[in-house]
Write a protein that binds this ligand. Structure first.
Ligand SMILES: [Cu+2]
Length: 272
């Protein structure tokens, strides 16, 4: 016959296993990472999941055990406990060490993405593309054959003729700038993305790259990527940016060098 104590302990254990199972058996894994940084982030993620998962399971089983062990029999009088200082100190400091340790480990991965590669220490990029977000479209600008982005002016912005970023076509640097709807890049090259926004906050998110960074009006956020697998990947806006947010997406095409060159030439035909 199950007592209330046994039923509660079993319920706690069952809930703990049911909550942990999807993470252990992994029906919700992210898509495979296509960058070295992506794999570093995955390792960090898995370590965090493993440690916090073990702690979660241990704590829930201990809780169920405590219910069983210290549950009051109806015939006994109620009693109180003062707790155990030694155990309190032990698990509080263990939790502090684990969480601070994870944060320090994660910091080095984060710094690799945000500082070492995005800032001045990084080698010059093989290609720089400007990513300009607006409600509810992504625009990509390539510097063209001269390798220089032309100046932009707000008055020149005209979506109806495809000049979504307001590039000055009369300027020598701006005459050959390409503005495209897809982000094409050659595989295995160092790509620098300059993230900008025309109106509100948006967020550049490509799950396979494991990068997610806000585009902020008035700021240029830099992001370095080096995709290693040819393919097409979805770019989603990951910041609620207005009524059309749900349909704000574009595609990242990682191509062979030859395909990329051909794509660039094809796009240049549509230059106005
Ligand atoms: Cu958006």
């Amino acid at each position: 016959m199950f007592t209330v104590g046994v039923s509660i302990a079993l319920l706690i254990w069952l809930l703990a296993v049911a909550l942990a199972a999807p993470f252990i058996f992994g029906p919700w894994q992210p898509p495979e990472a296509i960058t070295e940084i992506g794999r570093l982030i995955d390792q960090q993620f898995q370590l965090t999941f493993l440690l916090t998962g073990l702690i979660f399971i241990t704590a829930q089983f201990a809780l169920g055990y405590a219910v069983l062990r210290f549950g009051r029999k109806r015939s006994e009088p109620a009693s109180t406990t003062e707790g155990n200082d030694r155990w309190e100190i032990l698990w509080t400091s263990a939790a502090a060490v684990i969480f601070v340790g994870l944060a320090l480990l994660g910091y080095s991965v984060w710094a690799e993405v945000r500082f070492d590669r995005a800032a001045g220490d990084a080698p010059p990029p093989d290609l720089t593309v400007e990513v300009v977000a607006q409600q509810f479209v992504w625009n990509f600008r390539y510097a063209g054959a001269d390798g220089r982005f032309g100046p932009t002016q707000a008055e020149l912005i005209d979506d109806s003729i495809g000049n979504a970023v307001g590039v000055d076509r009369d300027h020598a640097d701006g005459a050959d700038d390409l503005i495209t709807a897809r982000l094409a890049v050659p595989v295995n090259q160092e790509i620098e993305l300059l993230l900008k926004a025309k109106d509100v906050l948006h967020n550049f998110f490509v799950p396979e790259l494991r990068v997610k960074l806000d585009t902020v009006p008035g700021l240029t956020n830099r992001l370095r990527i080096r995709p290693e697998a040819i393919g097409t990947y979805e770019i989603a806006c990951s910041e609620l940016c207005g009524l059309g947010h749900y349909k704000m997406r574009a595609y990242l095409d990682v191509m062979s060098e030859a395909d990329y060159e051909a794509w660039l030439q094809e796009q240049a035909q549509y230059l106005y």
